[in-house]
Structure formats: C-alpha cells, structure tokens
Design a protein around this ligand. Structure first.
Ligand SMILES: [Zn+2]
Length: 308
C-alpha cells in the first residue's frame, strides 16, 4: 500500500482561545508520532493551496462571504460559543480543503492507495449555512462532491467515527442519495442530532452509542449497521471523517475505545474499499482532544492504512 500524508504549517496558525480543546498542539502531537521510524515509508506531501471555488460545492456563496467577513485582522473572533477564527483561519480552512481534494485526486490517479490528511480546523459540524462545533467549512462534504464533479464517480460514502455526530455532513447530504453518510457517535452528546430515525433519503445511517460504551458495542455497531450499508451502497470512494475523541482518554466524551479499535475499524473500511472502491480511501482528521490518546490512535490508524 502507498499511503500519503498531507500536512501544512498553516494548520498550526488557526488559533483558538487559551484552554480551547481544538488547539495547534493536537497537530504537533500527530507530527511527533508520525516522525517515528515505523512511519518512514509514508509519502509526506505539503498540502497544496486550496481552490476557494470548491467551498461552493457544499456551502452557498452568502455563507462563504459571512465566514470570510468574520475572520479578524488580529486576535480571535467568536463565531459561536465554541467556534472561533484567527487571522490565518481562512487560509488554514482553505488549505485543509485543498489537501482533501488533492487526496481525492491521488487515489483516483493511483499516486496513492490511501491518504491521511492531518489538518485543522475540522469540518464535520459545519452545516450548509452554519459554522459550528470548531468547524468553518465541511471539508469531507466538499471532497465528496469534488470526487463526483472532478472524477465523474456516482457514489461516495463518508464514514464518520468521531465521537460527535457529524450534523453538518448529514445536513449537506440529507436529500442527496448519491452520498452515503454513516456515523457512530455518543448520544446524548453535542450537537444533539444523530438518532437512528434520521435517515435522510435513505442515505443516512446513524449508529448512536450510549455513554460508557466500549469496544464490543462499537464494533457491533460497525458490523451490524455501517458495514452492511457500505456493502449495499458499493461506493466508488470511501472518505473517513476520522475523529479520535471516542478514545477512552478523551475529555470531551464518555466512549471507551482504545487505539486497537481504530486499527480494527480502519482495517474493516480498507476491506470495503478493496471490495467496492478499488482501494480508494481518503481519511480526514476531525476531533480528538487528549494529546496522548490522539497520537496513539492516529499511529494505529495510519499504521493500518500503510500495512493494508
Ligand atoms: Zn468530535
């Protein structure tokens, strides 16, 4: 397997207020662990400049203009109670989109079998017209539509194992059966959506998990809901909204996974990518707020992507 890694120094310059869990140190912890010898074979690429026009694949122009207007010249501006922007946040968000779209190009051109994008800000809470939950634009949704427009594929699946429900991704694809959205997440928890009864056009599969759920129940949700939906849908591309805040060390939730569970889930999705998608798998960092839990989990995830 050729596994590509996209990073960029601009992702460290999206600043959040002191004490905010979504902080630049998250990426430093990831960079440190991926510097280890075990990851020497990673194909490391600096993320390209993003194309702002692709934001419109998932968000209307007036919303994009509103986010741009909220970027401060100095200091940190609040967009909502927990979502903020600093002077470089626009460039960071657009570069994250550029990296995700380039990752899509890579798996279709066979420059890589799979790709991990270590970027911030995250994206899965950003709805069509609302930036929220630390997210400005929905990077995964934009990348899915980019694959459809640029590479002419019909069906894209987004699998979201972040501990929070990806309300934004669900909102964007609510009535679009060309994109399957599958999510495992803690419920009740922020943002409050993600019940099993939320099914969109039959293309939304939510697998809510009760607080204190561990490995067994998580894997059962994957085996009984997520994987059958993927087999039924037969996607041309699988995108992972890879949040690692369901790790037992994470301070924002009460799900008790270990890095072994992320290794396992990655392997399961690689099997489905082999079966349906010509191995094409693009993984985008979302949450994960305990630096050690995040680093161990990313190491397990990327290690599995490399090994196959
Ligand atoms: Zn999360």
């Amino acid at each position: 397997m050729t596994t590509r890694l996209y990073t960029h120094p601009i992702f460290l310059e999206h600043l959040t207020p002191p004490g905010h869990p979504e902080r630049p140190d998250r990426l430093r912890a990831i960079e440190r662990v991926l510097d280890e010898e075990a990851f020497a074979a990673l194909d490391r690429i600096q993320a390209p400049e993003g194309d702002e026009a692709t934001i419109l694949y998932a968000h209307p122009a007036d919303f994009v203009a509103r986010v741009r207007a909220a970027i401060p010249d100095e200091g940190i501006a609040r967009i909502d109670a927990d979502t903020t922007a600093s002077p470089k946040s626009w460039q960071a968000a657009v570069t994250a989109i550029g990296a995700a779209n380039a990752a899509v190009d890579d798996v279709f051109s066979r420059r890589a079998d799979n790709v991990f994008v270590a970027a911030r800000p995250p994206g899965h809470h950003a709805e069509k017209t609302t930036a929220m939950g630390f997210c400005l634009f929905n990077t995964a949704a934009i990348a899915a539509r980019y694959a459809q427009k640029k590479h002419g594929v019909e069906r894209v699946a987004i699998v979201d194992w972040d501990v929070h429900h990806g309300n934004g991704t669900q909102d964007i694809f609510w009535d679009d059966p060309s994109v399957l959205y599958c999510s495992t997440h803690q419920m009740p928890l922020y943002p409050g959506t993600g019940a099993k009864t939320e099914t969109g056009a039959g293309n939304i599969v939510n697998a809510p998990l009760a607080p204190q759920t561990g490995s067994e129940v998580f894997r059962d949700a994957f085996l009984s809901r997520v994987l059958p939906a993927l087999d039924n849908f037969a996607p041309d591309l699988i995108i992972i909204s890879a949040g690692f805040d369901a790790h037992h060390r994470d301070p924002l939730a009460e799900i008790n996974l270990t890095e072994d569970d992320f290794d396992w889930a990655t392997g399961q999705l690689m099997q489905r990518a082999a079966r349906h998608s010509g191995n094409r798998l693009v993984s985008l960092l979302e949450g994960g707020y305990d630096l050690q839990g995040l680093a161990f989990s990313v190491a397990a995830h990327v290690g599995r992507l490399m090994k196959g």
